[in-house]
Design a protein around this ligand. Structure first.
Ligand SMILES: [Zn+2]
Length: 164
């Protein structure tokens, strides 16, 4: 068992099978509105094989939100260098419009914290394990919220220096 982390939630999955990832992903975007979606995943090139065929068996309320034209799968920049050249061409953030200079690795950063708790969590029952994951993810979110102030101050100062 290991958790899968999305921008809005973390899911404790029994096996990292693609059908589980399909369900988790589609569930996480049901309230995302009509904005384009860029998803980074270190095995995007593998996960997207037969993706559109696989999701045909999922309920309409899950897959109805996703359109081929408003979805782009990418591979995070640190991970993409070990992929084949074709993967680097198809799934690079460098060639993806609208993503700025993001590295797509944000989701991976949670592992540095969660890996430290893995040994104790694998001994836990399901309820305690979920509570512990919830605590760790909550703390991670708390640290992000605290950083918003630091970064907004940084960007505000940068903007002021540009405008002067
Ligand atoms: Zn690849």
């Amino acid at each position: 068992m290991f958790p899968s982390v999305t921008r809005v939630s973390a899911v404790d999955i029994v096996r990292a099978r693609y059908c589980n990832m399909d369900y988790i992903f589609l569930s996480s975007i049901t309230s995302a509105g009509s904005l384009p979606i860029v998803l980074s995943y270190n095995v995007m090139c593998q996960w997207l094989k037969n993706f559109w065929t696989r999701i045909e068996s999922l309920p309409e309320h899950l897959r109805g939100r996703l359109q081929k034209g408003n979805f782009k799968g990418v591979i995070p920049k640190f991970h993409i260098v070990v992929h084949e050249e074709l993967c680097q061409q198809l799934y690079s953030l460098h060639y993806t419009p609208g993503v700025g200079r993001t590295d797509g690795e944000g989701i991976e950063r949670n592992w540095s914290v969660l890996n430290g708790a893995a040994c104790s969590m694998k001994e836990m029952g399901p309820g305690t394990r979920r509570d512990t994951l919830d605590d760790f993810c909550g703390f991670s979110n708390y640290k992000k919220v605290l950083a918003f102030g630091k970064w907004s101050l940084f960007f505000s100062n940068e903007l002021n220096s540009i405008l002067q």
